[in-house]
Design a binder for this molecule. Structure first.
Ligand code: 1HN
Length: 374
């Protein structure tokens, strides 16, 4: 409840508070005919007290989607569709085809022997592998083999194509891109590779050989591109790193054991506009609620539990995807019996941080936990 003082402040101090009169309405019409408007009629909307996202908290259950994603295998070929993808539409962001904020996400499916044509675009992209074996991605000639819970980058401007080997199985992965952001900035270009399929120019999985050496890096090798030279982050070493972290630290009361995927060359985010992390919740852990700027797409990589987002409970299990819009309160609960749970996220934190607009706040009341609203 806003106090009387808050109401007074909201209505009176520095805020637009002009009642319509016939004279003003006529004036507004006149301004509109001139391609203009009176700022005080829109000021409170364009300058809210705090972020007021049009994205809503939302969860897509994998068991609801999987059959329909697989059905697209029979309905369209990758050649016809370009990409055979079922995208995730946030009810508040249908106009920009976003899953949350300025982030797009979808589920892509490919069968054995299929390969989509090579292309590049201004949008930065990533994939998180959900199921199947034999998937691969080729990024600027660096071919990578992909298994469940592997995370792979296709940074903006890189030629890329994906496929599944002849001896593989049907594969489903989550795509994440900043297409809505690129479109909002009117900076989105798209090109098809002249040869449709790139050559494999380096040893398979070479970016791991070069850059996945944990605290080691190849001597005398320079890297000048604005994204991580490590293009694939495998599940095995990711989970191991989380276990090692858990053995020496409590982690954060708000995030549990959260580790960011980094560019090993800089220690910074994997790409200039999209960051990613994997977070472990211990058996029985219930994190405290907080909120911050930035839009987040989560995928449960292991275990089951629920999250409370702005007072609403969302139950998740492995492969479910949910979103936390900017400045929404959120807390997570691990319900896996005696086991840790792991949540993958991709997000626009690098944008928030590089523009100096990252802000964070703890939920102060009720021991740090939100009441669940009906
Ligand atoms: C794209 O390039 C891929 O490379 C997937 O698999 C989804 C959605 C919009 C624009 C480009 C891919 C995409 C996309």
């Amino acid at each position: 409840m806003a106090s009387t003082y808050d109401q007074y402040r909201e209505e009176m101090i520095g805020r637009a508070n002009v009642a319509d009169t016939p004279e003003l309405v006529a004036y507004y019409q006149r301004l509109q005919s001139l391609g203009t408007g009176a700022l005080w009629t829109v000021a409170n909307k364009i300058e809210p007290w705090e972020p007021a996202s049009t994205s809503v908290p939302y969860l897509w259950r994998y068991r609801d989607l999987r059959e329909d994603v697989l059905r697209s295998l029979e309905l369209v070929t990758p050649e016809q569709a370009g990409r055979r993808v079922v995208y995730l539409e946030n009810p508040g962001r249908a106009d920009v085809v976003a899953a949350v904020g300025w982030l797009y996400s979808g589920l892509q499916v490919m069968g054995p022997g299929e390969c989509a044509s090579s292309h590049r675009h201004s949008a930065s992209a990533l994939r998180f592998i959900m199921e199947g074996s034999g998937a691969f991605t080729n990024v600027d000639g660096h071919k990578m083999t992909l298994g469940a819970n592997d995370f792979v980058l296709t940074p903006n401007g890189t030629w890329h194509e994906h496929g599944v080997s002849e001896d593989g199985t049907v594969c489903i992965w989550q795509d994440g891109l900043d297409i809505p952001l690129m479109n909002a900035l009117d900076a989105n270009f798209y090109e098809v590779h002249p040869e449709l399929q790139q050559a494999i120019s380096f040893p398979v999985n070479d970016s791991l050989g070069m850059w996945a050496g944990s605290a080691l890096r190849p001597a005398g090798v320079t890297w000048t591109k604005p994204y991580s030279p490590l293009l694939k982050y495998e599940w095995g070493p990711t989970y191991e790193a989380l276990l090692r972290y858990a053995s020496v630290s409590e982690g954060s009361p708000y995030d549990g054991l959260l580790m960011e995927y980094v560019n090993p060359h800089t220690g910074g985010p994997v790409m200039p506009t999209i960051g990613a992390s994997m977070q472990m919740l211990r058996a029985g852990q219930h994190t405290k609620a907080h909120r911050h700027t930035g839009s987040f797409v989560y995928q449960c990589a292991k275990g089951r539990g629920y999250s409370i987002i702005n007072g609403q409970r969302f139950d998740w299990q492995e492969r479910d995807i949910f979103v936390v819009p900017s400045w929404c309160w959120h807390e997570h609960v691990n319900l896996s019996e005696g086991e840790d749970a792991c949540l993958f996220t991709f997000n626009d934190l690098p944008v928030m941080r590089s523009l100096g607009i990252y802000r964070e706040e703890a939920f102060g009341e009720n021991g740090g936990h939100q009441p669940i609203l009906a």
